[in-house]
Design a protein around this ligand. Sequence first.
Ligand SMILES: O=C(O)CCC(=O)C(=O)O
Ligand SMILES: [Fe+2]
Length: 388
Amino acid sequence: MSPASADIPIIDLSGPQEDVAKQLVDAAADHGFIYIQNLGHDIPAASIDDAFALSKKLFSAPLDEKQACSIQTNNRGWTSMHAETLDPQNQKVLTLAINPLHHVAIYAERLLRVTRWEISKSEQPRIHKPLDRRPSRPNLDLRAFNFGEFINNKAQQPLPPTVAADEARFSAFADLCRALCFKILALLGQGLQVGDFFSSAHFKFPSGSGTILRFLRYPPPSSTSHTVDDVRAGAHSDYGSITLLFRLRGQAGLEILKKDGTWAPVPVSPPGTENDPSPPILINIGDLLSYWTNGLFRSTVHRVVFPTNGAEGVEGESSTDPRYSIAFFCHPMDDALLEPVPSERVRGFVEEGVVKNPYAERRVLTAGEHLLMRLRETYGTLYEDKKD
Ligand SMILES: O=C(O)CCC(=O)C(=O)O
Ligand SMILES: [Fe+2]
């Protein structure tokens, strides 16, 4: 791996389970990001290809079909930062200053961040509490479509007619993501010697959690009026327990904030995985799991940049095309109690620079309360009485 790259461990889940569990725990504690080598055991390459094909079809649906599925306060649906009919050269000015859709754009931008914790550029690398909640420069070009849970292969939300016949394919991909998350959560539990402590709090019922499957499309840089200060997705940490991230070979952009405060690109295909059937699946720890483990697991800040932002790019990757990615944000059931993790390693962990371990003192929150707490801290009264 080049020195400029993030030094993220690559783990093959099919190795001896005890070793794998230990490696996962160490990677979660040291980096908060983990590459899961994808040899097709958990999620076949063909299923990932199919999901990206669906994504392209979804975003190519006519605008009125997507608008009819606009994102709701339950965080499901389509979102765009501005009306697609605006002049690309002037879209930011129009959206932010005089466009009557201004409030819609701001609302959509808030909702887009429901599963993420956006921070300012000056944010410190280690985030366990809100330090500065100003969003980094809003990303007006990103489009996203969020799927909530599927019940009996049916989405519990409107779908654009263009992809209505593909509902079972979306659902099948969500099932694969769920199963992989469950496996990783079980291994993390094993590695901390707490058995199914984490995994049993997830996916008990098909509904009743904040879990989201998100398809993302970033337009080609040539079609946007960005400056060197703009990013394609602002610096943030994810809200939930773990996130799976799927990217396409050759598509640059993702960076993580390292412990030393510098940004490092995260190659799609790190050395040694180039010939695998599919690039590794990138896993990251979210705020909830970091909170639950008393800060032992790191919820690492990351962002997506335009080519001009990165000091050094990754060889073989470019940013000229539209960029597609798929994220699966995994959350425990809303009523899961985030009780102290009965692990010596967690109990004994004291965050650097913190004299007193707050572990013993905090009130036990549910996963739903944790999410609501995050939303309230970020958006004030917008989420005061509605978490639906
Ligand atoms: O598109 C990507 O590579 C990252 C997206 C992301 O971090 C997010 O949606 O939370
Ligand atoms: Fe993220």
